[in-house]
Design a protein around this ligand. Structure first.
Ligand code: DAH
Length: 345
């Protein structure tokens, strides 16, 4: 055992530098581990001369204490960015926010329409999306093979039967189910998804949403229909809104009309949204055909009623000036987030 070895290790301890906890541990093993330099000196110590033992015993113990203290010191100074302790964390960094969803524009419009008609005393009714021919067409006065069925291109689920199953092409089918089920007077709106075999474009889609309305009681007249639509339009598009009715044709209503509202963008002056006319078409309506009442067991001599139907995507397009129907179905978060606060134009 040589004093120089001991001095060399003691000096090296003073200048020892470790950046990471891993390096500190490596230094500890090198000095005090099973095969460490200091451990080796203790091994030697066993074999030295008795006379030398007193001298080296003290020095060796001092060296060991010094090494342990230095390792502790280095440990408390070294960084935490080694693999043993995981990546260094910056606790002052802002956290990742949870991405919050927002309501779909079609849901916003549906809820608005439901709220308006609820105030007028209407209930909400629903029906199946997979329907039969009877409820979508026949009970609504579309005779078999009648060309009026071509107005709506149908997806059939099971063809070839007398009463085939199909995806409903309009929510007017819920009118029928409501008349079958509920006693008169009836006041319902029926929001729902509908399907048509159409090529997808900016103006048409094979899936969209409608709200159907139905009012049946004694002495219901066309004037009641006009008033209901006017009140609705003013709630929906603002108190200045005007409506106009144009004669139209639907198999289930007689007389039938299409309703336009005054353009809320140019206020009737004419702009590219209303194509210069000052009017925007929003719905179809009419007095329920007596055949439709009778088909569902309602006495058409005693009762009369009106019905109307509108497309939700179209109303949302007018409200927010969305120019392409496909946006509603692509779930692009950039589009959906624009409605987080439902801005109105
Ligand atoms: N069902 C019609 C359609 O999908 C919309 C409609 C028009 C509904 C007139 C009605 C109505 O109740 O009276 O095109």
């Amino acid at each position: 055992m040589r004093q120089e070895d001991i001095d060399r290790i003691a000096e090296a301890l003073d200048t020892l530098k470790c950046k990471t906890q891993k390096e500190v541990e490596e230094a500890r093993v090198k000095l005090l581990g099973k095969k460490g330099e200091i451990t080796a000196l203790f091994e030697d110590f066993r074999n030295i001369d008795r006379t030398e033992k007193a001298k080296f015993g003290k020095v060796l113990n001092e060296l060991k204490q010094k090494a342990l203290a230095r390792i502790d010191e280095l440990k408390s100074q070294a960084g935490n960015d080694d693999t043993q302790n995981g990546p260094k964390m910056d606790l002052s960094m802002p956290g990742d926010p949870f991405e919050l969803g927002s309501r779909h524009p079609v849901s916003i419009v549906r809820q608005e329409i439901v709220d308006i008609f609820r105030k007028f005393g209407y209930d909400v009714a629903e029906g199946p999306e997979i329907e039969d021919d009877y409820h979508v067409f026949e009970a609504l006065n579309f005779p078999p093979n009648h060309p009026a069925r071509d107005m709506q291109d149908t997806f059939f689920v099971s063809a070839g039967h007398l009463n085939p199953l199909l995806l409903r092409t309009h929510t007017s089918s819920v009118q029928v189910r409501t008349m079958e089920r509920m006693p008169v007077p009836i006041r319902v709106i029926c929001p729902g998804r509908v399907f048509r075999n159409e090529a997808i474009s900016a103006r048409a889609h094979c899936i969209f949403h409608q709200v159907e309305g139905l009012y049946i009681d004694e002495n219901v007249t066309f004037a009641d229909l006009k008033q209901a639509i006017l009140l609705f339009a003013r709630e929906m598009f603002g108190p200045e809104t005007q409506i106009r009715m144009r004669p139209s044709y639907f198999p289930f209503t007689e007389p039938s009309a299409e309703v336009d509202v005054s353009c809320n963008i140019c206020h009737g002056k004419g702009c590219n949204i209303c194509k210069g006319t000052g009017w925007l078409e929003i719905l179809g309506c009419g007095m329920v055909d007596p055949n439709v009442l009778e088909a569902s067991g309602i006495d058409s001599k005693r009762y009369s009623g009106f019905a109307f139907g509108m497309g939700l995507e179209r109303i949302a397009m007018l409200k927010w000036r969305v120019n392409d129907l496909r946006h509603y179905f692509e779930n692009d978060m950039r589009f959906l987030h624009e409605f987080a606060t439902a801005p109105e134009v």
